[in-house]
Design a binder for this molecule. Structure first.
Ligand SMILES: Cc1ncc(COP(=O)(O)O)c(C=O)c1O
Length: 409
């Protein structure tokens, strides 16, 4: 290992001990629980650490608290650029230590995030359409006012703050083989790996990032942080163009494996956490579990801890995730077909659906579209279903009765 990396890791571990004292005072020691469902589904022993229940709804408040604590006597105020959990973490930390906070968010930031951040007493400035522009404005404001700019991940103090999750784990769980950590800019995984490899060196540290934003894999391949062109992802907290310089130096030495997860896998993990665990996670927060459920991270015969790192999901996203999850499990179906345009046809179709315990919740009936076959109506029926096998049966019986319907995805 290079001297430089070793020094960084030593600094993170030393600072994390001080950070723990401050962070414990102002945050929750969030619960860790064994999940019987996910253990069964993966064939290993799966524990979930619920940082979605942390103050401000995400672990980010840990790094923010320690950073603001360190600089509080030198500055009157702090500035951060973020539309996510860092914003709320910094706003909360500034209020605790009596500093002013200015949070710069991109112009399109969701109202819910703006309001939550203002709720912690921060001033919110909207600037820029893409994050780079937002960040530039934050740098400008910090300079103009003489405030400290708090980076979201590439800062040893922030990393040391995030590292405090590792102490919770060591106190709460007797033995674990691996920890699964989502990667945005890498602050969380750099912190957690520094402390765990120090105190429990046999622990495997596994990173997960969306395939839409694989900046860590790109950096590992190139041997240095490189800028990628990420796509939009449901795990918006992990949407970062380039891994941090400091975080990468640590990740390269201490992380045992990095895997990507697909959007569908993340959405399904959110759905399962909600449905089975009654737990609300945001995309970034569910990515670690998605990694386990996808089968990419090896779990057999191991105790794995997945960090559910945050729960701040926009409510407008949830119903779509639920509909998608229900459809995937065969509990909701949408079928489309063409019916001869004569009385009684629709009733016959609905009777077949009802016979198999389908509960209709919507029907679209179109007789006007000129592209329709002559004297036919196009019908789309949405219904609550009693499982995939029943849906198959309904389609089969409709076919036998002379109606061809297809299942919409
Ligand atoms: C909920 C959640 N999980 C994970 C991450 C990734 O953390 P890091 O940028 O330290 O890798 C973030 C970052 O914002 C987040 O909000």
């Amino acid at each position: 290992m290079s001297e430089e990396a070793l020094d960084l890791i030593r600094e993170v571990v030393a600072k994390s001990r001080e950070a723990l004292k401050i962070i414990r005072e102002y945050t929750h020691k969030t619960p860790v629980e064994v999940s019987a469902t996910f253990s069964r589904m993966t064939g290993g022993r799966v524990l979930l650490k619920y940082e979605n229940l942390q103050k401000t709804g995400a672990f980010k408040v840990r790094g923010a608290l320690y950073k603001v604590y360190r600089i509080k006597d030198k500055y009157e105020g702090v500035v951060a650029a973020s539309a996510g959990n860092h914003a709320q973490g910094v706003a909360y930390a500034a209020r605790i230590f009596g500093l002013k906070a200015i949070i710069v968010m991109p112009e399109g930031a969701p109202i819910s995030k703006i309001e939550a951040t203002k709720g912690y007493g921060a001033e919110v400035v909207l600037a820029g359409r893409v994050f780079d522009e937002t960040y530039r404005e934050a740098v400008r404001i910090a300079k103009e006012r003489g405030y400290a700019l708090i980076h979201a991940f590439d800062d040893v103090d922030v990393i040391a703050g995030q590292a405090t999750i590792a102490y919770d784990l060591m106190e709460q769980v007797d033995e674990f083989d691996q920890v699964i950590v989502p990667i945005g800019g890498g602050g969380l995984i750099a912190g957690v790996s520094s402390v765990l490899k120090h105190y429990r060196p046999q622990t495997q540290i596994i990173g997960v990032e969306p395939s839409a934003a694989p900046k860590t894999l790109a950096a590992l391949r190139e041997g240095r942080p490189v800028e990628i062109q990420p796509r939009a992802t449901i795990a918006d907290g992990l949407l970062v163009k380039k891994i941090g310089e400091i975080t990468f130096k640590i990740i390269r030495e201490l992380v045992d494996g990095v895997y990507t997860v697909e959007e569908d896998e993340i959405a399904h993990a959110i759905y399962l956490l909600l449905e089975r665990g009654k737990v609300l996670a945001e995309g970034a927060g569910a990515a670690s579990l998605a990694g386990l459920l996808s089968g990419k991270v090896d779990t057999r015969g191991k105790t794995s801890v997945a960090l559910i790192s945050g729960g701040n999901i926009d409510l407008t996203h949830i119903y779509r995730i639920i509909l998608r999850g229900l459809t995937r499990e065969g509990r909701l179906a949408r079928i489309t077909g063409y019916l001869p345009d004569s009385p009684g046809q629709l009733k016959t179709v609905l009777d077949i659906i009802a016979k198999h315990r389908g509960n209709v919740i919507g029907i679209q009936h179109d007789r006007i579209d000129p592209a329709l076959p002559a004297w036919h109506a196009k019908v789309t029926i949405t219904f609550e279903a009693a499982g995939k096998a029943r849906i198959e049966k309904i389609l089969e019986e409709l076919e036998n009765a002379g109606y061809t319907f297809r299942l919409e995805s």
